[in-house]
Design a protein around this ligand. Structure first.
Ligand code: ADP
Ligand code: MG
Length: 362
């Protein structure tokens, strides 16, 4: 046997051994699992994850569900829960003096307050008194259509006198919230669901199932890539006139991992009165729902930020919103305009199916 031949045989043997070792230490195979639950944040929440076995998935999904439930209790403005100081408690008591709140609720109020300065007078967490008038009108219109009405402008203007965010006094050392105006109330609906989704996502990312997608009623957070060879998760943008999530009701698909896609639209919560649609996103300037577009979806990593921005950009005319989004780092957007045409930022094209992106696009 010549030396060349021996060397070749050694190489083959090493390769075979290498293959065997690699096989022996092969990563577990990952299966796709799914869980859905209803009852928190007034929506259906679904979690899909790739886990080595059902037990791991169940444990992670149940941790996620428990976290959503506890955050929902904190951020709830309508109900009380034994032993929980929540948003309802704050709204009832902060006008009389400082109320100490759990850390997550404090952080949500504090971040929203500091961010809203940059949002062109769109989202205002202190708009509770105005939003309540619209919420009550929507309740009546949906439950008792014969009695449907639109809140009257004088009443809206009176309510708007008590919506100054600077009257929300925060003390981070004591974790307290106080209202300098006793008639002010907070509404965190513009960002609470996304904020909660991000906290859940961060928890999952640190655990044994970092490959997941959470859909909390239009608030989507993708974790690491699906563990089936694909790079991306597909996130559908719904046709605002579609009824159910079928293939034909999908107007665009975005392909992402490790990012959030959060949509605000006029088609999820609304009532129709005298041929006009009154949806649930209210301009603090006009005190009325806006009609700039049908929906806007924000793509950025943090779901809480995405949720806040989606509501804010929905309240801006398209051109203003586009300039605003383009001025932000790491934020892209997709608009569905009133004629159902789609516009998107340049950076969003890299994620969009209509521009050739797919599950395998890097
Ligand atoms: P959803 O939570 O239904 O997915 P959004 O994230 O766009 O949609 O939030 C809408 C919610 O935000 C409303 O239900 C209301 O509670 C609140 N909201 C509406 N308009 C404003 C506003 N101008 N400022 C702050 N919050 C608002
Ligand atoms: Mg929002």
């Amino acid at each position: 046997m010549n030396r060349k031949r021996i060397a070749a045989l050694v190489v083959v043997a090493v390769l075979a051994l290498g293959g065997y070792l690699a096989f022996g230490q092969q990563e577990p195979t990952y299966e796709k699992y799914q869980m859905q639950f209803f009852g928190t944040f007034d929506t259906i929440i679904s979690i899909i994850g790739y886990a080595p076995d059902q037990g791991t998935f169940d444990k992670e999904a149940n941790r996620a569900k428990a976290m959503f439930e506890s955050l929902n209790e904190q951020f709830d403005k309508y109900n009380s829960y034994p032993g929980v100081t929540n948003l309802r408690t704050v709204n009832e008591q902060a006008g009389q003096g400082p109320v100490q709140v759990p850390q997550e609720l404090f952080d949500l109020i504090a971040t929203s307050k500091s961010q809203q300065e940059k949002l062109h007078d769109t989202v205002n967490m202190a708009l509770g008194s105005v939003l309540k008038l619209w919420h009550d009108a929507r309740d009546v219109a949906l439950n008792n259509p014969a009695k449907a009405y639109v809140p009257d402008m004088a009443t809206l203007r009176d309510a708007a006198l008590h919506t100054n965010i600077n009257d929300v006094v925060l003390n981070s050392a004591n974790r307290t919230v106080a209202f300098a105006d006793p008639e002010l109330t907070l509404d965190l609906g513009a960002a609470a669901k996304g904020y909660a989704t991000e906290l859940v996502a961060q928890m999952l990312l640190k655990g044994p199932m970092p490959s997941f997608i959470i859909n909390a009623g239009g608030n989507v957070r993708t974790g690491h890539s699906p563990r089936d060879g694909r790079v991306n998760w597909g996130v559908a943008i719904q046709d605002p006139d579609g009824q159910v999530m079928t293939q034909t009701d999908i107007i665009e698909t975005l392909f992402t991992h490790d990012l959030s896609v959060v949509t605000s639209g006029d088609y999820q919560r609304f009532f129709d009165f005298d041929g006009v649609r009154y949806h649930h996103i209210i301009s603090p300037k006009t005190l009325m729902p806006t009609h700039h577009m049908r929906s806007v979806s924000i793509i950025t990593e943090d779901s809480g930020y995405a949720d806040l921005l989606s509501t804010a950009v929905f309240l801006m005319p398209y051109e203003e919103g586009r300039t605003f989004v383009e001025s932000l780092d790491g934020v892209e957007a997709v608009w569905v305009l009133n004629d159902r045409s789609i516009e998107m930022t340049k950076g969003a094209e890299a994620f969009a199916g209509s521009f050739g992106a797919d599950n395998y696009t890097k």
